[in-house]
Structure formats: structure tokens, C-alpha cells
Design a protein around this ligand. Structure first.
Ligand SMILES: Nc1ncnc2c1ncn2[C@@H]1O[C@H](COP(=O)(O)OP(=O)(O)OP(=O)(O)O)[C@@H](O)[C@H]1O
Ligand SMILES: [Mg+2]
Length: 214
């Protein structure tokens, strides 16, 4: 088991009730769990708690059998990554993409060989010429593929995918979904796939957890 959530709940400050309450699920190694629900049902809230961005109000999270506390430390900080719906938020707008894509090397304290990195990025349809640019100078699909590449450079065990294709056109959407499947085959990574699209969820996920709104 890569991740287990038990009785997870979140009440935002000032709110009279829990946005999500008593959510329990587990995600196995190499598995994709779908998190399906309408807008406002709390999907991103759950995803952000799993990724360690948001502190749960109640409940417990276990990563590879060890209980997590907020903020995450050590193995979980690298091993659990998130890909956001809007690729722009993944990048510092003031940095050329070369600087952003090298962050995982700094985090992992390993040297970055630029030629090997460029070769790795080619699988994502990203080339050297893209990397001298700023985030706003890439298309949404290119930027999302680069965000995914950067997530994978962290060598995560689990990636929270928060509607990673909803801002993309059909072709870019199919490219990203295909890439995600290929990466999972190669790396055995697990996904928590957040979506409001039941058809995409059924295609992509081995199991689906449905969140109910009000
Ligand atoms: N920081 C916050 N403070 C207060 N309420 C919040 C906060 N973030 C989200 N909410 C509320 O919590 C509820 C769930 O939000 P969340 O973003 O998790 O939904 P979602 O299922 O991801 O929706 P969508 O499909 O539109 O992305 C919404 O009603 C939202 O207004
Ligand atoms: Mg959301």
C-alpha cells in the first residue's frame, strides 16, 4: 500500500461545517484511484491534503505504512507530488524554464547533466528551445507536459493529478493521458486522479471514489 487515508476531514476557517468529512481510501503500488465529483464537492481539498499542502482537520494519512504529520518531511516530501489543474501555478513566472526544471536536482542534491535532462524531456515533447523561455511563452499543453516532467524528476511514489487535462484541448488532453499511462507502466508510480468526468475516470482508473456534494 502506498497511501492510506482514514477518516480524513477538512473544515475551512470560518465555515460552519466540514467541506469533506470521513473520507477513507487506500492506493496500492502502481494503481490509479479516481476521485470523482461535481464542482465544489471537495476533490481538490482531498488532493491537497494528500499532497501535504493543506492540513487536515481530522483523520490520518499513512505513506508506505508510516503515519504522516503536517507538514510532510523526509521521504514523503519527495515521494508524494501534485500536478495542478492550471500549469501556470506550477512555475515561477520570473524564471526561465531551465531554472524551474532543474529544481528537482537541487532538491534531491544530485548533479544535473543537461544533455541527459534534454533527452528525458523529449519523451514529454519538450525540447531545448523551450527551456530558454518563460512559462507564458509555452502553450498550456506544453507547460503541463513540462510540469509533469518536473514532477517525475522527483521520482515520486504517488502523484495527485488534480484535473490535469481539464484546461487542455482534446489533442493535448489525449497526449497527457497517454504520457501518464506510459510513465505508470515504466515507473510503477501510483496516481490519485481527480476529475469531474466519469468517462475519463472509468477509462483511466482501476477504482473510483465518488465524492458527493450537498
Ligand atoms: N481556502 C478555502 N477557504 C474556504 N473555503 C474553501 C477554500 N477552498 C475551497 N473552499 C470551499 O470548499 C469547497 C470544496 O472546494 P474544492 O476546491 O475542494 O472543490 P472541487 O471538488 O475541487 O471543485 P472543482 O471541481 O470546481 O475544482 C467549495 O465549496 C469551496 O468554496
Ligand atoms: Mg478542484
Amino acid at each position: 500500500m502506498v497511501l492510506e487515508a482514514v477518516g480524513l476531514a477538512k473544515r475551512y476557517p470560518g465555515s460552519a461545517r466540514d467541506t469533506v468529512s470521513q473520507i477513507s481510501f487506500s492506493i496500492g503500488s502502481g494503481e490509479t484511484l479516481g476521485l470523482l465529483g461535481e464542482s465544489g464537492s471537495g476533490k481538490s481539498t482531498v488532493g491537497q491534503m494528500v499532497a501535504g499542502i493543506l492540513r487536515p482537520t481530522a483523520g490520518r494519512l499513512f505513506f508506505q505504512g508510516e503515519e504522516l504529520s503536517f507538514p510532510f518531511r523526509g521521504e514523503a516530501r519527495r515521494g508524494i507530488q501534485i500536478l495542478f489543474q492550471h500549469p501556470e501555478v506550477s512555475f515561477n513566472p520570473r524564471l526561465r524554464l531551465w531554472d524551474s526544471i532543474k529544481e528537482p536536482y537541487r532538491f534531491r542534491r544530485i548533479p544535473c547533466q543537461e544533455d541527459a535532462l534534454v533527452e528525458f524531456l523529449a519523451q514529454f515533447g519538450i525540447y531545448r528551445e523551450h527551456l530558454g523561455r518563460y512559462p507564458r511563452e509555452l502553450s498550456g499543453g506544453e507547460l503541463q507536459r513540462l510540469a509533469l516532467a518536473r514532477v517525475m524528476l522527483m521520482q515520486p511514489k504517488l502523484v495527485v493529478l488534480d484535473e490535469p487535462t481539464s484546461m487542455l484541448d482534446v489533442i493535448s488532453q489525449a497526449q497527457v493521458v497517454h504520457l501518464l499511462e506510459e510513465i505508470q507502466k515504466q515507473e510503477g508510480v501510483s496516481y490519485l486522479f481527480i476529475s469531474h468526468d466519469p468517462i475519463l475516470c472509468r477509462r483511466f482508473c482501476s477504482r473510483i471514489l465518488e465524492l458527493c456534494g450537498e
